[in-house]
Ligand binder design. Structure first.
Ligand code: PGA
Length: 321
């Protein structure tokens, strides 16, 4: 049975508002950005952060050059603040369930290639539960792994879940990767192209830290093939445009083409492709899921694959799923 702590430390911990702006500062690294996002004046942010630090009697920030950084104490407070807000979020959702009203905050983070279908799953869910608020983050695999490690969200979507974190995963839908070329390419329309025939082609790759790149590097290592990497671009959309403009070929998740009706880009019929991976919905094994999160998980398990699959019908991706 938990009860109130004997120490009065919590009385010095500041107000929720102070913790909120401290978390915002920790995430943006900038007083002006914190002030802007929380609709405050910069001096009040600085004053509140100083009050928090004075109450706790430890420096939370340190200035190096012109930049402010979190101290070790600041990093500890940041981690605990996230746990506090997580617990408050669960309380909100439990109170809402008691009054029969599904409400609360759902925090989701997905890798960039999942952004092509995941919002389509949120639409029907939010219509069913209009009082649920969604916080939706998108980033490459590395930044999502960092968020997972820091317990920032309820769920994550990866095709390569990290192996060194204690997580629950559920396999969601297929994620095939295909070779794309401009439609006027000499090999477009050809059957059974050998990967070695692409050796001289310039390739446009995603950045280090990207799951797409991780899949391609794994494939090259296993198959003994190599590619002529000419360019690195952080965005799937910019890669597609670069391919269309004739800058090179690329290997992308077929989901990035799901809504593509543009005839200037084509999937090449290369032996060994599509490379077949899967999307996984991931959460920390010890995470206490809120009622809202549990409801969303159930929804994904029961209806998610069907809704995501419907999106691909009549798209260039349809034959690959
Ligand atoms: P990415 O991840 O957006 O980092 O390329 C895609 C994936 O995990 O397959």
């Amino acid at each position: 049975m938990m009860s109130l702590p004997h120490s009065r430390f919590h009385a010095r911990l500041g107000t929720f508002r102070q913790l909120e702006l401290f978390v915002k500062f920790a995430e943006t690294g900038s007083i002006s950005q914190t002030a802007h996002e929380l609709h405050l004046a910069q001096p009040s942010v600085s004053i509140q952060l100083k009050k928090l630090s004075d109450n706790l009697d430890v420096p939370l920030l340190e200035q190096i050059g012109r930049k402010l950084f979190l101290t070790d104490a600041g990093r500890e407070l940041y981690k605990s603040s996230l746990e506090i807000f997580d617990s408050v979020g669960r309380l909100e959702s439990r109170l809402a369930s008691l009054s029969g009203l599904q409400a609360g905050l759902l925090k989701l983070s997905v890798v960039t290639t999942a952004k092509y279908f995941f919002p389509h799953l949120l639409g029907p869910f939010c219509q069913r539960y209009p009082n649920i608020e969604v916080n939706f983050n998108i980033g490459n695999r590395n930044s999502m792994v960092n968020r997972l490690r820091e317990n920032k969200d309820d769920f994550y979507v990866f095709s390569h879940p990290p192996e060194d974190i204690d997580i629950e995963t559920f396999e969601f839908i297929k994620n095939p990767l295909v070779v794309v070329a401009p439609s006027n390419h000499r090999l477009s329309g050809k059957k059974n192209i050998k990967f070695s025939q692409l050796a001289a082609e310039p390739f446009i790759m995603r950045e280090p830290g990207s799951g797409t790149r991780y899949s391609i590097e794994k494939y090259l290592l296993q198959s003994g093939n190599s590619i002529n990497e000419k360019m690195t671009i952080e965005s799937n959309e910019a890669i597609k445009h670069s391919v269309m403009s004739g800058l090179g070929l690329s290997i992308l998740s077929v989901h990035t083409l799901a809504l593509e009706r543009n005839a200037e880009i084509e999937i090449l019929d290369v032996k060994g492709f599509p490379m077949l991976y899967h999307w996984y919905v991931v959460y920390l094994r010890n995470k206490k899921l809120s009622d809202v999160a549990k409801t969303f998980l159930e929804y994904l398990e029961n209806e998610g694959a069907q809704i995501a699959g419907n999106l691909l019908v009549n798209s260039p991706a349809a034959n690959y799923i």
